[in-house]
Ligand binder design. Structure first.
Ligand code: NAD
Ligand code: IPM
Ligand code: MN
Length: 345
């Protein structure tokens, strides 16, 4: 019996997670799902983004499924840092895995690309970099105000995520691994990343490896996305690149992710790449596919690869059936995918 913690969160997070749960119920009948009401409502009620007792309960689960957090009624960063990043950091989810795949029948805004031609993985470092929270503000609100945000990079942290990316690349057909950074400007962190990368890839002679600056990679991702297989990169670069990756593969409503603790010392967390989308929340038009594919990644993580494939196949069938411009109805998509999964198609 698998124990899954569910954090629907805010805005469309709540809407898409209901659909992912519908699908999980049929894909993995043998699980318990415990819902945790974290996000803007919990913050309004308690003044805390993540009460310690709730965090302790979450730690006791096999995996976490999260919708999205963030709400216009709460100051920027309070929920993002206080809940989402706190979980990623405290649960040592150092591999932020973000697949980018152009599904059959889905249109890319890139004219020349056909389905199957975009299929890469971004391995985003999840616990360090500019997200670490180092830095501060002096003379706040004055004309002399200075704000700093420092990027934290440790040999230990870089090595483990690069090694994980190598292992993933070695399992793939093309066995290509690209390091993306900005070594021409960020000379301290860049040098650490480049030297660590060069040392670790020596243990994987079967891989073809290269390095790209993040500005060039942003361009190449748009004009030659078929050249990528696995990308390993720092936390912030990975955040930005994966929104580009989502845009070229049919939109952010299809982009799934896993915040993974490969050591399994803490639960891993699965969530769509998108946010709470206040602009469309409450209308029932958010695409739940990203959340459902994130649930498939959760199944993979629990060792249920066959069930995960069934979920992905059901999503692929749903996407292939869509007419161009057809509006999405969140609950109807969830119903159709769950029905297909139930038939084990
Ligand atoms: P967003 O991803 O919420 O929305 C960006 C655009 O994409 C919006 O126009 C939105 O309508 C659209 N969109 C997003 N998901 C969609 C879906 N499933 N179907 C259809 N359209 C979809 O990003 P944002 O507007 O920059 O952020 C809104 C809030 O979400 C902020 O508070 C932000 O901090 C938070 N956020 C949270 C997460 C997370 O919890 N993992 C991720 C990103 C942003
Ligand atoms: C994401 C989001 C988060 C990030 C925010 C909400 C903290 O943009 O999951 O991509 O920057 O990692
Ligand atoms: Mn992001």
């Amino acid at each position: 019996m698998h124990n899954i913690a569910v954090i629907p969160g805010d805005g469309i997070g709540r809407e898409v997670i209901s659909e992912a749960q519908k699908v999980l119920e049929v894909a993995l009948p043998n699980h318990t799902a415990t819902e945790f009401d974290l996000g803007a409502r919990c913050y309004a009620r308690t003044g805390e983004a993540l009460p310690a007792s709730v965090q302790a309960e979450l730690a006791d689960h096999d995996a976490i499924l999260l919708g999205a957090v963030g709400d216009p009624s709460v100051g920027p960063g309070i929920l993002e840092r206080g809940l989402l990043l706190k979980l990623r950091f405290d649960f040592d989810q150092y591999v932020n895995l973000r697949p980018a795949r152009l599904w059959p029948g889905v249109n890319s805004p890139l004219a020349e690309v056909k389905s199957g031609e975009i299929d890469f993985l971004v391995v985003r470092e999840g616990t360090e970099g500019l997200y670490a929270g180092a830095g501060g503000v002096v003379q706040r609100g004055t004309s002399a105000e200075v704000a700093t945000e420092e990027s934290l990079n440790t040999r230990y942290g870089v090595e483990r995520v690069v090694r994980h990316a190598c292992q993933l690349a070695a399992l793939r057909e093309r066995k290509r691994l690209t390091l993306v950074h900005k070594t021409n400007v960020l000379v301290n962190a860049g040098s650490l990343w480049q030297r660590t990368f060069d040392e670790v890839v020596r243990d994987f002679p079967e891989l073809t490896t290269d390095y790209q600056h993040v500005d060039a990679a942003s361009m190449f991702m748009v004009d030659r996305p078929e050249t990528y297989d696995v990308i390993v990169t720092d936390n912030l670069f990975g955040d930005i690149l994966t929104d580009i990756a989502a845009a070229i593969t049919g939109g952010i409503g299809l982009a799934a992710s896993g915040c993974i603790n490969p050591d399994q010392s803490y639960p891993s967390m699965f969530e769509p790449v998108h946010g709470s989308a206040p602009d469309i929340a409450g209308q029932g038009i958010a695409d739940p596919i990203a959340a459902i594919i994130s649930a498939a990644m959760l199944l993979d993580h629990l060792g249920r690869a066959e069930d995960a494939d069934i979920v992905r196949r059901a999503c692929a069938a749903e996407l292939a059936d869509r007419k161009p411009g057809q509006p999405v109805r969140t609950a109807e998509v969830g119903d159709r995918v769950a029905a297909a999964v139930e038939k084990r198609m």
